[in-house]
Design a protein around this ligand. Structure first.
Ligand SMILES: Cc1ncc(COP(=O)(O)O)c(C=O)c1O
Length: 393
């Protein structure tokens, strides 16, 4: 048997690699685990109660309809209408929504529907590693758009990267790994660019509800004919704390939805029924619980920022938001992989090396503070100070 170079040449997910360090730890001091953005708290009671009911229904284990369970598509169209302040005439239609098994699958099927092998997608750096991995696995070239100190992508710089192979521009806002929210003006400028060049603008909005504002992220659903240009990708994993139920969604014009549905049909048939039921329960009956999680995580963000403002151990917080802090370590004599190893084995802090999100080692570390409580975040400051002293020599 022979495996393809296409998969062999793509490294495994950095999350699995980070988790592997855990078995090598000998310390019994509790770990501060900032490696994952998946919620580590239980889902809303309204959701778990509904799941228990579904498990006992005769149809509980059936396939779900391929275009999505009608009440999910309606509940999500309502959610978008509220969050984006859409007039009735601008509402996203239920057949412009396709539930998927998570936002990762949404990205994979959309990019496969848009790109042939050899095509190019413009991807701001730092990128979400699964996006880069999938493009590479699918034979598509990610063309990296540097974002500099601001970590905000610049439409003019993106325009300079467009070639006759470019099919799409990708934005992730708030960003993973930086947490940076891209403002509506920049998003609108990217839309204008994509529209004028006949490209797709894909926006991954996984962390939309964890922004520090309740203003609509953009006004693109109000644009005449947005379906020709815009594709947005959504996740219910973080919002409803159900990453294992695997539900996300694509919002796009019906021609894109129809192609994406063929791809979902082959790999998944449909997004899991039990997951879709969880989302329906969450969107229609867990509003207070969702608000409470968002304010708790925003409070953690304040604590995290004030702890990191001291630059403990020389670790510099360059950006933060949603679930993440994007931190630069000061150790020019060490690789970031070595710093991550020392942090977990000697200082009981688990983080992801920035090299999972950038093509070269620029001393970045992604730390997800969202799953820690304020006391643990204060303790993180102490451990980084301790690590700074130990690693400087
Ligand atoms: C930017 C981004 N997109 C997509 C995903 C995957 O989400 P899902 O669980 O819905 O597949 C994540 C998860 O970390 C993410 O950070």
């Amino acid at each position: 048997m022979r495996l393809t170079d296409r998969t062999l040449n793509v490294p495994a997910s950095p999350i699995a690699e980070a988790q592997a360090w855990l078995s090598k730890r000998s310390s019994d001091r509790p770990l501060l685990n900032g490696s994952q953005a998946a919620p580590n708290y239980p889902t809303a009671p309204a959701i778990s109660a509904r799941i228990a009911e579904v498990a006992n229904e005769a149809s509980g284990g059936f396939y779900a309809p391929s275009p999505g369970m009608p009440s999910l598509n309606t509940a999500f169209a309502d959610e978008l209408a509220t969050g984006f302040e859409l007039a009735d005439s601008d509402r996203v239609l239920t057949d412009e929504i396709l539930p998927t098994a998570g936002c990762n699958q949404a990205f994979c099927v959309v990019s496969s529907a848009l790109c042939e092998p050899g095509d190019e997608v413009i991807v701001p750096v730092p990128y979400y590693f699964n996006h880069q991995m999938w493009l590479q696995l699918d034979g598509v070239k990610p063309v990296f758009l540097e974002t500099g100190e601001s970590l905000l992508p610049d439409p003019a710089a993106a325009e300079a990267l467009i070639t006759d192979k470019t099919r799409a521009i990708l934005l992730v806002t708030p960003g993973n790994p930086t947490g940076v929210t891209i403002g509506p003006d920049i998003i609108h400028a990217f839309y204008d660019l994509a529209e004028s060049r006949g490209l797709a603008l894909m926006i991954d909005e996984t962390y939309r509800n964890f922004r520090e504002t309740t203003e609509p992220p953009h006004r693109l659903y109000e644009r005449e004919g947005w379906q020709e240009t815009l594709i947005t990708l959504h996740s219910f994993s973080k919002d409803l704390a159900i990453p294992g139920y695997r539900v996300g969604a694509i919002v796009a014009g019906t021609p894109v939805i129809e192609e994406a549905m063929k791809l979902v049909d082959c790999v998944q048939i449909s997004a899991p029924r039990v997951g879709q039921e969880a989302v329906i329960a969450g969107l229609t009956g867990a509003g207070e619980w969702r608000d409470a999680q968002v304010s708790r995580i925003l409070n953690n963000l304040d604590v995290f920022r004030s702890v990191m403002a001291e630059e403990p151990g020389g670790f510099r917080l360059a950006a933060s938001g949603a679930f993440f802090g994007w931190i630069q370590h000061p150790f020019t004599h060490l690789t970031t992989a070595e710093v991550i190893k020392r942090l977990v084995l000697d200082h009981d802090v688990l983080a992801i090396p920035g090299t999972a999100f950038t093509p070269t080692d620029e001393r970045w570390i992604r730390f997800s503070y969202a799953n820690l409580d304020p006391t643990q975040i204060a303790e993180l400051g102490k451990r980084l100070t301790e690590a700074g002293d130990a690693l400087a020599s």
